[in-house]
Ligand binder design. Structure first.
Ligand SMILES: *Cc1c(COP(=O)(O)O)cnc(C)c1O
Length: 363
């Protein structure tokens, strides 16, 4: 039996029927940019995440870039970014002409709490990343940001549906950015993203920037761009949102099985707090010194895994900068993502557990 890390073609037949139906309805309506589906998506996400303003856009990377632009961040400015994240977080800082300042993460891959030591006169913002679905301590981060007069742009691309003290990921910062990339826990059937903000003026600014700087049609107030969401993706997301809660329960149940099964393995570090509400169980990332051996062992037995991510940003050619980044480096070397998705069958979860235990028994 082959157990893929994630195979989106496995989505259940009844969901496929609903998606096809929505697609055929759209063909009859004939509106493929903007329209009611986009409005519904923004309102529904706003309701689910309790966000005042929810502005959909073309993808998560654009959402981050739009956030920085709307906040007026550009040349001469510095933005604090964790050394371990998906590349987008730093990429957008460079794209607006500012400089990413990398800080080490903690043992779980989240921006280390002493990040404010990197603040200089040039620092304009900090970008916490809720990596793997686990939220950064936002009470602490927003307080420090405020004390230093910094904007907070949350990279909530991996943390849709995580809540800390009743406030969702993406609603703590000045702007929070979501990605609906297909492999995320709330993913479209293509590219899509969203900015969340609780501030009216920022919401207006972001909406204007992503639509050619037009507050209203044919009135161009500033240089913008096109980063609108596809109507079709908004429509698919509206269907997929119906299953979100159930899928989250499945993720948490599998995560719980993994935790029970692996708690006795001394040479494995388990993801912290994955069953808590401030983790959405997007990824189940373990850490072990024998990561490469475990990955190969599972692969030989037809179990797919993934690495998020094998390289820290300061080691990448476009962002090259020397530094210790001890924890981030350790995560890159020892982190392994086990399959965790609603399409896994009970039997498959059993096999993943059994095979993993077998690997550690033999060491
Ligand atoms: C996926 C992701 C992004 C970018 O989202 P896209 O929709 O793929 O552009 C940004 N940051 C993080 C942490 C991500 O995981």
């Amino acid at each position: 039996m082959n157990i893929p890390f994630l195979d989106l073609s496995r989505m259940e037949a009844s969901l496929k029927v609903r998606l096809k139906k929505r697609f055929s309805e759209l063909l009859d309506v004939g509106i493929f940019s903007g329209g009611k589906e986009v409005e519904v998506l923004e309102n529904s996400v706003g309701d689910v995440l309790k966000s005042r303003f929810s502005i959909s856009c073309a993808n998560g990377t654009d959402a981050l870039e739009l956030a920085l632009r709307a906040l007026g961040i550009g040349p001469g400015d510095e933005v604090i970014v964790p050394a371990m994240t998906w590349v987008s977080t730093a990429e957008v800082v460079v794209m607006v002409g500012a400089k990413p300042i990398f800080r080490d993460t903690d043992a779980d891959g989240l921006l280390q709490k002493d990040w404010e030591k990197a603040v200089t006169k040039k620092t304009k913002a900090v970008m916490p990343v809720h990596l793997y679905g686990k939220m950064v301590d936002m009470e602490d981060l927003t307080e420090k940001a405020k004390a230093n007069g910094l904007f907070v742009v949350e990279d909530a691309a991996q943390s849709f549906g995580a809540f800390q003290n009743g406030k969702s990921a993406g609603t703590w910062g000045d702007v929070g950015c979501l990605s609906f990339y297909p492999t995320k826990n709330f993913g479209a059937l293509g590219e899509a993203g969203m900015c969340l903000t609780q501030i009216q003026s920022l919401a207006n600014h972001i909406r204007m920037l992503l639509n050619h700087g037009q507050p209203v049609r044919d009135q161009h107030e500033s240089v913008g761009r096109n980063s609108r969401i596809d109507t079709i993706q908004a429509a698919f997301l509206n269907v997929l949102l119906e299953d979100f809660k159930t899928n989250q329960q499945k993720r948490k149940a599998i995560a719980s099985q993994y935790l029970d099964a692996f708690s006795g393995i001394k040479s494995m570090r388990l993801p912290k707090g994955i069953l808590e509400s401030d983790h959405n169980a997007h990824l189940f990332v373990i850490q072990t010194e024998k990561r490469d051996e475990l990955k190969a062992f599972l692969k030989e037995r037809a179990i797919g895994t993934s690495i998020h991510y094998p390289m820290i940003l300061p080691d990448m050619k476009p962002y090259l900068i020397e530094g210790d980044f001890y924890n981030a480096r350790h995560s890159a070397k020892c982190g392994l993502s086990l399959p965790l998705n609603p399409y896994l069958k009970e039997e498959e979860v059993g096999i993943i557990i059994e095979t993993t235990l077998k690997f550690f028994d033999s060491w």
